[in-house]
Design a protein around this ligand. Structure first.
Ligand code: ASP
Length: 310
């Protein structure tokens, strides 16, 4: 039996000082929620989905409730989930008026022959699956509304966008040695209506393959898509790099090749994990071997004991 591992992120970018403790407690709660599931023998897919649901319900993060607004002042969200056992995945893009896009992504994976549903078709599918519609306003926080007003012109600037990040993700290995990944986002602030970023795209916002490992990414979506960051990092690992080297190499390639910044969490199929970023900060947490580790800034790694008895 494998020792389970979960790693989560709450987005790469710059986190305001007064929000740091909220981010840290959010990543810890999400990691512990996923870990509880793994500890009870639950599978990696359910663990990453439930960890992401914790983030989507937390207004600190740019996913579900708390998502950034597009240029029309509306929330449009992208999410993806992937099962490393057979490379099945499900994603939704530009969805409105649902609380937990990651749950819809899982239903796309399990109940359809498709990988990605978007806009109206995704809404109709959500309805057919009994997912309640919530008024769009209910996903908007005062903070996102204020930021939207202030940042009306910054959508096309990747550096300005660093202040608008907060996408969430989770990767896990379960006791059976299966890996999974999940990522969910409101995208980048003041994006054009209908803009779909990396998160919904397989190999960009996430990827999971039992033969290698699982990845979830965050950062400037257009840059991540140009280099297919998640799959690129797995490719580096296949070529013999460690998780840490592969993550660094992928982020470095994105920086030098397209001047793009972001972050990743990565666990391989033996349970080695890493959390890396080329932005100023990224909130992350991981649970393995009786320890919860978490941090926000480069080199920061707070460690706390947790009950990991199986
Ligand atoms: N990657 C996301 C996007 O571009 C943003 C983020 O990671 O914060 O949609």
């Amino acid at each position: 039996m494998m020792k389970p591992v979960i790693v989560v992120h709450g987005g790469a970018g710059v986190i305001r000082k007064e929000k740091e403790s909220g981010y840290l407690s959010g990543v810890k709660r999400a990691a512990l929620r996923g870990y509880d599931i793994l500890k009870q023998g639950g599978n990696a897919v359910t663990a990453v989905e439930e960890a992401v649901v914790v983030f989507e319900n937390d207004p600190h993060f740019n996913a579900g409730y708390g998502s950034v607004l597009n240029e029309d002042g509306e929330v449009e969200m992208d999410a993806i989930i992937m099962d490393g056992r057979d490379l099945t995945s499900g994603a939704v893009s530009a969805v409105k008026c649902i609380a937990n896009p990651i749950k819809l992504a899982r239903l796309v994976m399990e109940k359809t022959d498709h990988i990605l549903l978007t806009c109206k078709g995704a809404s109709l599918f959500a309805k057919a699956q009994g997912i309640p519609e919530v008024p769009g306003e209910q996903l908007i926080t005062e903070f996102s509304r204020e930021r939207w007003k202030k940042n009306l012109k910054s959508a096309s600037n990747p550096v300005a966008c660093q202040f608008g990040l907060g996408t969430v993700g989770a990767v896990a290995v379960d006791t059976q040695g299966n890996v999974a990944s999940a990522t969910s986002t409101g995208g980048i602030i003041n994006k054009m209506a209908g803009r779909v970023g990396d998160t919904a795209c397989i190999g960009c916002g996430g990827y999971a393959d039992n033969n290698i490992g699982a990845i979830s990414t965050t950062g400037h979506g257009e840059s991540i898509m140009k280099v297919t960051l998640a799959r690129l990092i797995l490719h580096y690992m296949e070529k013999g790099m460690s998780t840490e080297e592969a993550a660094d190499a992928g982020l470095n390639y994105m920086k030098t090749r397209v001047d793009g910044y972001g972050g990743v969490i990565f666990v391989n199929n033996s349970g080695e994990w890493t959390a890396k970023f080329s932005t100023e900060q990224m909130s992350w947490a991981a649970v393995k071997d009786g320890q919860l580790q978490c941090g926000i800034s480069t080199g920061e790694n707070k460690t706390e004991p947790v009950d990991t008895s199986l």
